[in-house]
Structures are given as C-alpha cells and as structure tokens.
Design a protein around this ligand. Structure first.
Ligand code: C5P
Length: 324
C-alpha cells in the first residue's frame, strides 16, 4: 500500500498539520457494457490504465470544523476555473464524511486545495481521483490506519471509478467497474490525449447507449473483455493492443458530441495507431508507437491548435507525496 510509506506522527492530530496526496487519472483500454440493470447501473467489464496525469491535493487540518475546498490557480485541467471554492456536496467532501465514522470533522476542519490536471467531466475520472486522494489524506491526518479493504469499501460507495484511482496500475474492473483485479503487463504504453472544451455527463452517455441499442434492436449479453486484448497487454505488443481497444460508450459519446468522430479520424490519419474515447468521454486517447512518437504527435496537434497532452501508464494509485 503506497500510503504506508508515510507513517503518521505518534502525537494526536493537531491543526496546521498537512499532507500532499497525488492520484492519477485513468483511461479505459476496453469498456464493455451490459444491459441497464434495475439498479440503474450497467454491468461493466473494463480495463483501466492509470496515467501520469495527476490530481494533487494538499489537505490541512484546521481549527474550525467544516470542509473548505479550493481549486489551486496552478490547475492545468481543461474546464478548471481557478480559485473557485467548491460546495459541501462535492465528491471530495463526501469522501471525507464517508471515512469519518469517529466524528473527527466535529473536532477539526479540513482545508483541501486541489490542483486539477485531469480534465473535468472528461471521462478520465478526475473527480474520482480527488475522492481517492481525500481518503488517503484523511486516513493519514486522522491516524486511522485503515486497511486497503476498508478504504476500498468506502471508495466504492463514492463512485464506480474511485476504487481504481486508489489502486492504480493496470486492472480489470467488473461489476460496476469497481471490483478490481490487477493485470500483468509488459512496459508502458504512450498516449496523446486530446481534450474537449465541454464535458460529457456520464449518466447521459449511458442513457444514449441504451437508446442507441434500442433503436438498433441490440440485446447486449454479459460484458466480457477480449482475450486478445489481455494477451496483447501481457506481451506488451502495442500494435496488437491498438487492434483490440474497444469502448461501448464511444458511439453514444460521438452521438452526443458530433465533433468527436472527426477529431478521432483526423488523429488516426495523422499517425495515431488508434484513437478511442476514454470512459464516457469526451477525452480522446490516441495510442502511439512509443514515447518519441507521442511527443512529436502532441507537438503537431498543438501546432494545429488542438488541445493535447502526452501521457503514459501504468502509474501507481493515490499516494502521499509529502507531509509537513
Ligand atoms: O458511479 P458513478 O457516480 O460514477 O456513476 C454515475 C452514473 O453513470 C450512474 O448514476 C449511472 O447513471 C451511470 N453508470 C451506469 N453504469 C455504470 C456506471 C455508471 O449506468 N457501470
């Protein structure tokens, strides 16, 4: 467990103590969705990859009870409005409350400053990364010493992607995408991420998937990840990986944002091995043939005024990077 690299101090929690936690964004190399269940969720089989685009949270214990959340002006994320305080219903505040079975929040407050680098509503789990980082931070500041299983259980209540942001790496997710098992892989994959100015709402994209399937008379079976993709990941064969990337949410995302299809075609024509929508979009993840290709490709995209960034993975999940 990465968070145990920092042992909490042996004196009781004291206002002014702070911790810095970093949590990665993700892309989905495969996202297979079953039919809508009575719960309103879709059973998923997905392959998550944590990439080196991170949310950084500085969490400080304060004297006055209450949770204060601010977005750092250093944020680079598309859609981030700097210095805007966020409401108490934010997923980050929910994460702190969900972990607080001992009533620490009645004694001390929390100041949480988020440096957002993962696009907002971009299909890369930026909000889930913030929630995962908050769990790790509160566990440290409140001296909870929670087990991985305990944190995982709280993470699941917060959202389907939160457990993966805790775990990181490369993992298969089933159920709602929250029952995880690590996948063995060789080496890193390199990506160019193309961002969109406007976000897409996850529930709307799932609803569009249901409509599309109803129109086409499709009856999806139980979702399953192709053996070919898992074997390609195992071998670290990037062309084979490119061939087996799949996202069932791609068609509905493209239907909701007509620009996306054109941008993906353009990216593949310019030299991406494959361009796919990440999660429920609208971020487009372009798989490249190595780091240098990714670097050059991003430079070309930026020249053409396309908002893009280089990324690679797998990287670890939410972890403490500094304490005061
Ligand atoms: O769990 P999370 O808050 O990320 O999900 C947001 C919404 O996305 C859900 O309320 C649901 O409408 C949709 N969703 C779904 N099937 C999933 C995950 C999410 O239908 N497996």
């Amino acid at each position: 467990m990465p968070m145990l690299r920092f042992t909490p101090p042996d004196h009781p929690p004291t206002p002014g103590e702070k911790v810095r936690v970093r949590a990665p964004g993700k892309i989905n190399l495969a996202l297979e969705a079953g039919p809508k269940e009575p719960s309103g969720y879709h059973e998923l089989a997905t392959v998550f990859l944590a990439v080196d685009l991170y949310e950084d949270l500085t969490v400080t214990l304060t004297e006055e009870p209450g949770i204060e959340i601010a977005i750092s002006p250093a944020s680079q994320a598309y859609g981030a409005s700097s210095s805007t305080p966020l409401g108490d219903d934010n997923l980050v505040a929910q994460a702190a409350r969900a972990l607080d079975s001992n009533g620490y929040l009645d004694t001390f407050g929390l100041h949480i400053e988020i440096t957002k680098n993962v696009p907002i509503a971009g299909g890369m789990a930026g909000g889930s990364a913030d929630a995962a980082a908050t769990l790790v931070a509160c566990d440290y500041l409140w001296r909870l010493n929670s087990s991985r299983e305990d944190l995982d259980a709280v993470a699941r209540e917060l959202g389907a992607d939160v457990p993966f942001c805790l775990l990181g790496g490369l993992a298969l997710g089933v159920g709602r995408g929250d029952q995880l098992s690590p996948i063995l892989s060789r080496g890193h994959t390199h990506w160019a991420l193309i961002f969109s100015d406007k976000g897409l709402s996850t529930p709307k994209v799932f609803a569009a998937l249901d409509r599309l399937r109803a129109e086409r008379g499709e009856d999806p079976g139980r979702p399953e990840i192709s053996r070919e993709l898992l074997s390609a990941l195992n071998h670290g064969d990037v062309e084979e990986i490119a061939a087996y990337l799949n996202n069932d949410l791609q068609a509905p995302a493209v239907k909701l944002d007509r620009n996306l299809g054109g941008v993906m075609n353009f990216a593949e024509a310019m030299g991406a091995l494959r361009a796919i929508i990440s999660g429920s979009g609208p971020t487009i993840a372009c798989l490249m043939d190595g780091e240098e290709d990714a670097h050059e490709f991003v430079a070309e995209l930026l020249e053409q005024n396309v908002n893009a960034l280089q990324a690679s993975g797998p990287v670890p999940g939410a972890a403490i990077i500094a304490t005061n």
